[in-house]
Design a protein around this ligand. Structure first.
Ligand SMILES: [Zn+2]
Length: 395
C-alpha cells in the first residue's frame, strides 16, 4: 500500500491549509501570511511541489518589481466524504480545496449492519470512479449515526446501529481504499461542514443541532469539535423532557427525540391520519401507503392545522432543551440542520421563541439561531474537512 504524501513540518502544513481555505495564492502573498523568510518559504513550497501536494499556476500581477509565481494545491488531490445516516448513504468526492466534484446517494437502513452498508458505500464510490472523478484517493472521512471512539475509529454502543458496536470501520475502509481514513459521529461532521462552508465560518464557539431521524448536537469550542470522554458529547436526543413521555429507541421514556425527530413525526402523522384528526394526512396515507417527515413538511406548507401543531410542539421541546444548553455553554451561534430543518420557519420561529424567553439575556443578547444552508452536503463536506485537517498536518 503506497502511503499518501504528508507535509513534513508545521510550515508546510500551514501552507497547505491556507491554500485549501483561501485558494491559489502567489508566493509573495503566502510569505506575507506565514512570516517565513523568502528563501525559507521557497524551500518549503518547492518541497511541497516535489511531494505532489502543490503545483505552480502561472505568474501573479506585478506588485512592483519581479512578478511572483502563483501556487495552488495539486489538482490531482482527491478526498472522499461518506455520510452514513439512519436511512441513507451519501458519498462525495472533492478536490484538495474541498470543492465537491461529484455526489451520489442511496436509501439504506443502517440496521442492515456494517458488511452490507459498507459494501453500498464502496458501490457508490465505484459510481464516482465510473464517472472519471476519482483516480488516486488521498484520504476519506466517514460519518456514522451514533457515538464513535474517534481515537480507535469504531462506533461505540450505537443505539440505532445493531451489529456495529466496535466494528473496525476505519481499518476496513482504510485497507480497501489504501489511504488514511477517519471516522466520526455524523453530527460532528455536519458541524465541521458548517465551519468550512456554512454559516459558522467565522464562529469559534457554536452548536449545530441536527434534527433528522434522531436528534443530536455538534459542539464546537475554539474552532474544534468537542467529543467528550467517550465520544458521546452532544447526544442530546436522549435528554429526558418528560418522565411520562413516549418510549424511545434507546429503551427509556420521554427522551427529546421520542417527541420530536423524523421518526417521531412520521409516527404522529400516521396516528393523526388513522384517527381522522387530519384529512391531509389521511389522504396522503391513502395515496402512498405510508407517511414520513416529508409529509409533515408538506402539511405545514399547506397550512394543515394538525401538522402545524406537531411542528410547533416539537419546536417547543427542542427549544426547552436548547435553552438549557445555551445557559450552560454560551455559544456565539446555533445552527439547526438535518432533514427536519426542512420544516423551515415554523420550526425556527418556535425554537427561537422558547430559547429567547427562557435563556438568560446575557447568553442570548447576540445569539443568532439560524437554519443551515448546506442541505445534504453538510455531512460529506465535514467528512472531507476532517480528513484534510489530518493529512494537511505535520507527521
Ligand atoms: Zn432515548
Amino acid at each position: 500500500m503506497r502511503m499518501t504524501a504528508r507535509p513534513e513540518n508545521v510550515h508546510q502544513a500551514r501552507l497547505l491549509r491556507l491554500l485549501r481555505d483561501e485558494g491559489a495564492r502567489s508566493r509573495a502573498e503566502l510569505g506575507d501570511v506565514v512570516h517565513l523568510s523568502r528563501s525559507k518559504l521557497a524551500v518549503e513550497l518547492d518541497r511541497l511541489v516535489e511531494l505532489g501536494l502543490v503545483e505552480p499556476a502561472g505568474l501573479a500581477a506585478s506588485r512592483g518589481g519581479r512578478r511572483s509565481n502563483i501556487v495552488r494545491l495539486s489538482r490531482r488531490l482527491r478526498l472522499i466524504g461518506v455520510d452514513i445516516g439512519a436511512t441513507s448513504i451519501d458519498v462525495a468526492v472533492t478536490d484538495g480545496a474541498l470543492e465537491i466534484l461529484g455526489h451520489v446517494s442511496m436509501p439504506c437502513n443502517v440496521r442492515e449492519g456494517p458488511d452490507v452498508v459498507l459494501d453500498h458505500v464502496l458501490d457508490l464510490l465505484g459510481k464516482l470512479r465510473g464517472q472519471g472523478l476519482v483516480e488516486e484517493i488521498h484520504g476519506a472521512g466517514i460519518g456514522v449515526p451514533g457515538p464513535v471512539s474517534f481515537r480507535e475509529g469504531v462506533p461505540v454502543v450505537p443505539p440505532i446501529m445493531p451489529g456495529w458496536d466496535r466494528f473496525p470501520v476505519r481499518e476496513v475502509i482504510s485497507q480497501k481504499l489504501g489511504c488514511p481514513v477517519l471516522v466520526d459521529n455524523d453530527v460532528n461532521l455536519m458541524a465541521l461542514g458548517e465551519v468550512h462552508a456554512g454559516l459558522a465560518r467565522s464562529a469559534e464557539d457554536f452548536l449545530l443541532v441536527k434534527i433528522g431521524t434522531g436528534v443530536g448536537c455538534g459542539i464546537v469550542v475554539d474552532g474544534r469539535i468537542y467529543r467528550g470522554m467517550s465520544g458521546s458529547a452532544g447526544d442530546i436526543g436522549h435528554i429526558r423532557v418528560d418522565d411520562n413521555g413516549p418510549t424511545c429507541v434507546c429503551g427509556n421514556t420521554g427522551c427529546l427525540e421520542a417527541y420530536f425527530s423524523g421518526a417521531a413525526l412520521a409516527r404522529d402523522a400516521l396516528a393523526a391520519a388513522r384517527s381522522g384528526r387530519s384529512a391531509f394526512f389521511a389522504q396522503r396515507l391513502e395515496q402512498a401507503g405510508t407517511l414520513t417527515a416529508l409529509d409533515v413538511a408538506d402539511a405545514v406548507a399547506a397550512g394543515d392545522p394538525v401538522g402545524v401543531r406537531m411542528v410547533r410542539e416539537g419546536g417547543r421541546r427542542v427549544g426547552q432543551v436548547l435553552a438549557g444548553l445555551i445557559s450552560f455553554f454560551n455559544p456565539g451561534l446555533v445552527v439547526i440542520g438535518g432533514g427536519v430543518a426542512g420544516l423551515g420557519h415554523v420550526l425556527l420561529a418556535e425554537i427561537r421563541g422558547v430559547v429567547y424567553r427562557r435563556s438568560p439575556p446575557l447568553a442570548t443578547g447576540n445569539l443568532p439561531i439560524v437554519l443551515s444552508e448546506l442541505g445534504d452536503t453538510a455531512g460529506v463536506l465535514g467528512a472531507t474537512r476532517l480528513i484534510s485537517d489530518h493529512i494537511f498536518s505535520a507527521t
